[in-house]
Each structure stands twice: as structure tokens, then as C-alpha cells.
Design a protein around this ligand. Structure first.
Ligand code: MLT
Ligand code: ZN
Length: 462
């Protein structure tokens, strides 16, 4: 914990209501959705301006205090966890949306703007912010950028990085950098903006961003398909993609869906059961798009790649179908799942899945393993649920053993050991599965340039 003198200095820097040291705030702001760590920050501060962020970073450098950035705290890799007396810098008081430019189709957001608020703002202007995921109601733009958040529409719109046209950051030295200024073209050397996207708060704090917006999509059709063989899913992907542009191509297992159904908010989509389901979404751009989708459905059924399915007939039905996929994460939270978020090149998914499935059934015979994810991006979420009988620490240790097998396969396939959840604390020790020794050395060298005193989110990522 930091010394009382330092706490007094924080109080002098921020008004009384913008420094929190009560137990509730320390627990709430010291933890993200990764449930493996004991939060123990010294204090939480709530800057309102860039100058206040600069002041706290400069103070941290002077006093050698570690800072942890805090957005919506919906991360799943422990990137926003404070457990060693750090000072948490929350962006909850920086929520302004400004500088909407309808011609450039950009808008400026402070770091604390909630994803859903931005999506609503864009819709009110007749536009669309397409980066989307189940935690849209809590996650914040600064955190999304710091983790390069992905989500459910990446197959069509890409990750957060694609939408960042400008960034204001406060580096670990306390310098303010205004990067790229919303420009569409700017070939003037290294694009430092992209270093900060996905840097997990280790180089500096994102304080605001100029984000691109897209045109609003036409009416959307959502299909859920029952698929007996996991490896046939990619045949479906190929068949549908040949005929229509997909906005989303997700999958989940029957076991995963049962956890959602058990909560009683949505019903089983049709009678046919299979081990796996695909959820796909498309824009009804042409008068016959729906007809084409149904024709592909029939052709795939004839091949035996799917055994049942449904196409949404209303916006409400589309939303309910999406809940079958989107509610999985929340419905399994009580089981303290150990999460893996791996990816391989999409064409190698079937081969990878067959090998991984064999490993999991061999190594996890007693664990409930759930498969779901953004399979159209080659991104699989493999969740192992904690058995009641096992203590959390023992469970985690067991999962780390199995990870060795899983990650050795990921390495063999030149895949990613964290496709969209980031590295944080949870996956830090596996960075070399995906990054070479040389790359990691360069990453460390870059960290020193921007954060020479190591005050920015220490221990995360590297
Ligand atoms: C999802 O795809 O549902 C999210 O990444 C959260 C999760 O993996 O549980
Ligand atoms: Zn995901």
C-alpha cells in the first residue's frame, strides 16, 4: 500500500469525491471480469481532464508508484487487475462524445464512453459503430482500444484497430501525444497510434480517440443451424460466404447452449438437436438475399452438414437467436470458467479442431469443456468449468497443465494464444507461444521508450 503522504498528495491533486479508498471501491475497481485475482489497490482516482491524467502519471514517475488503467473492467485476461497496492486510474469521469463529422464519418470519444452509448450516438446520426460484443453495456472505448477488442462482427468489420482514426495518449513519461488526428491517409513514418492499440495500458493511457463510423446496415437476417460435426462448420462457412456477405459467423456447442437455456430467458430455437450450432448474420442487401441464404441452407442440408435450422422472421426473433450465443459467457460465470481464446488461420480450423478435440477429451476427461466463439475468424473460446469439488487454485493449476498441450498445438499451427481477450496477467507466461524471442525483446525495448520507470500497468502483457 502507498504511504499516507502519497495518499495526501492524491487528495491534493483531485477533489475529495474523485479519490476513493473505501473497501468497496478498491474491490470493484481493482478487479476485472477475470475472477482469479485478489484485488488490493491503494486508491482509485477519477481524472476529468487530460491535464489531470498527465498530473497523476508525472506524480507516479516521481514517486515510483504503479498505475493501473480502469475502463469498464470487462476484460477476461486480468489486464485491469490491481493486486499490489497500485493506484487505479478510472476513466469513469471522461465520457464526452464530441466533434461528430458527418462528412468524414468520424466522432471523438473520451476513453470512458461506454461502447453502447457510442453505438446509440452513431445510430442517432444515421450511422453505425460496428465493433460489438456482449459486454457493450459496460465496456469503455479506452479499454476497447487498449485491448484491440474484437467481438461478434469481426468477420465483416474487423477489430477495433480498423476504426481508430486518431488517438490522444498520455505516455508513461507523462507526455501528451496526438496521433493521426482523424486522417484517412497519413504516410509519414511509424504509425505510433497502432502501437497503443492493443498495448493493454503498458505504454501509456488512451484518453480520447477519433473513431470511424460506417453506414447503417440494411435489415439483418439471422440463421441458427444445427451441425453434427464440428469440422463441417467450415464447409458451411465456405458455402455461405460464396453466395452472401456475412456479418457474423459464430458457433457454440449444445453443452454451452444448455447453460443459456437453463436461465429461462430464451427458448431452444428448434426441435432438432446437434452437438454444435452455427449462428450467422447477413444483411438483406438485395431483394433475393434471403432466398439465396435458404438455397445454400438446402444444399448444405443435402450434404449432411446441417440437420436443422431457423431463419429469423422478425427483429425480436433475431435478437433472441443472438442471445443463444451472446449469453453463454454470463451464464457460465458462476462456474468460474478457465478461459482460452485461441485462433488459427481460418482454413486450418478443421485440422486444428480435430487435434485439439483429441487433446481435450484425453486430458480433461473429468472437466466440463465448452466450445464457442467466432469461428469465422478462426477464433475458438474453450472454457473449462470448475468442478465443485476442486478449490479454485487447484483448478487453475490443473488448467495450466492442460494449457501446455493446447498451446503447444497452437504453436505448431502458428496460431494465437490470445486472439481477442489480450494477455494481461492470465496469459502473460504464454506470450512466447505466439511471439518470438526477438519480438518479445523488441516489445520490452519499446516499453522502456514510452515508460522508462515502469509505472504503467506493470506485470501485464510482459
Ligand atoms: C464471447 O465471445 O462471448 C466473449 O469473448 C466472452 C467469452 O469469451 O466468454
Ligand atoms: Zn469472444
Amino acid at each position: 500500500m502507498i504511504a499516507p503522504r502519497l495518499l495526501a498528495e492524491l487528495h491534493a491533486m483531485f477533489s475529495a469525491d474523485r479519490v476513493a479508498t473505501d473497501a468497496d471501491s478498491l474491490t470493484r475497481y481493482g478487479l476485472d471480469w477475470t475472477r482469479y485475482y485478489q484485488p488490493a489497490p491503494s486508491a482509485v482516482v477519477f481524472p476529468q481532464t487530460v491535464d489531470e491524467v498527465v498530473a497523476v502519471v508525472q506524480w507516479a514517475n516521481r514517486e515510483q508508484v504503479a498505475l493501473v488503467p480502469s475502463g469498464g473492467r470487462t476484460g477476461l485476461s486480468g489486464g485491469a487487475v490491481a493486486r499490489q497496492g497500485e493506484v487505479v486510474v478510472s476513466f469513469d469521469c471522461m465520457k464526452t462524445i464530441s466533434d461528430f463529422d458527418p462528412v468524414a464519418r468520424t466522432v471523438r470519444c473520451q476513453a470512458g464512453v461506454i461502447t453502447e452509448t457510442l453505438q446509440q450516438f452513431a445510430a442517432e446520426q444515421g450511422l453505425y459503430y460496428p465493433v460489438d460484443f456482449a459486454s457493450r453495456g459496460s465496456s469503455q472505448i479506452g479499454g476497447n482500444i487498449a485491448t484491440n477488442a474484437g467481438g461478434i462482427k469481426v468477420v465483416r468489420y474487423g477489430m477495433t484497430r480498423e476504426w481508430v482514426a486518431g488517438l490522444t495518449v498520455v505516455t508513461g513519461k507523462g507526455e501528451v501525444l496526438r496521433l493521426n488526428n482523424g486522417l484517412a491517409k497519413n504516410n509519414t513514418g511509424y504509425d505510433l497510434r497502432h502501437l497503443f492499440v492493443g498495448s493493454e495500458g503498458t505504454l501509456g493511457f488512451i484518453v480520447d480517440a477519433t473513431l470511424k463510423l460506417a453506414r447503417q446496415p440494411a435489415e439483418l437476417g439471422v440463421m441458427v443451424l444445427a451441425v453434427p460435426q464440428l469440422t463441417d462448420i467450415m464447409k458451411l462457412f465456405h458455402a455461405f460466404r460464396e453466395r452472401i456477405d456475412l456479418n457474423a459467423f459464430e458457433f457454440f456447442s449444445e453443452k454451452a447452449m444448455r447453460h443459456v437455456l437453463a436461465r429461462g430467458h430464451v427458448k431452444r430455437p428448434f426441435e432438432g438437436e446437434a452437438d454444435y450450432y452455427v449462428l450467422l448474420e447477413f444483411e438483406k442487401l438485395a431483394a433475393d438475399t434471403e432466398e439465396v441464404a435458404l438455397a445454400v441452407f438446402e444444399a448444405c442440408a443435402e450434404q449432411g452438414w446441417l440437420v436443422d435450422g431457423v431463419l429469423s422472421q422478425s427483429e425480436q426473433q433475431a435478437k433472441d437467436l443472438w442471445r443463444l450465443r451472446e449469453d453463454i459467457s454470463e451464464s457460465i460465470t458462476p462456474y468460474k470458467p478457465y478461459k482460452n481464446d485461441i485462433a488459427v488461420t481460418v482454413s486450418r480450423v478443421p485440422a486444428f479442431v480435430e487435434r485439439l478435440d483429441a487433446i481435450l477429451s484425453r486430458e480433461y476427461p473429468d472437466f466440463e469443456v465448452l466450445w464457442y466463439g467466432h469461428i469465422g475468424d478462426g477464433n475458438l473460446h474453450i472454457n473449462i468449468l470448475k468442478p465443485d469439488a476442486l478449490e479454485l487454485d487447484d483448478f487453475r493449476r490443473a488448467c495450466e497443465q492442460v494449457n501446455k498441450h493446447v498451446f503447444s498445438l497452437v504453436g505448431e499451427f502458428c496460431g494465437s494464444m490470445s486472439a481477442e481477450h489480450g494477455v494481461g496477467l492470465l496469459k502473460r507466461d504464454y506470450l512466447d507461444v505466439t511471439r518470438s524471442v526477438e519480438e518479445i525483446a523488441l516489445m520490452r525495448a519499446i516499453k522502456v521508450v514510452f515508460d522508462p520507470n515502469g509505472v504503467m500497468n506493470p506485470g501485464k502483457l510482459l
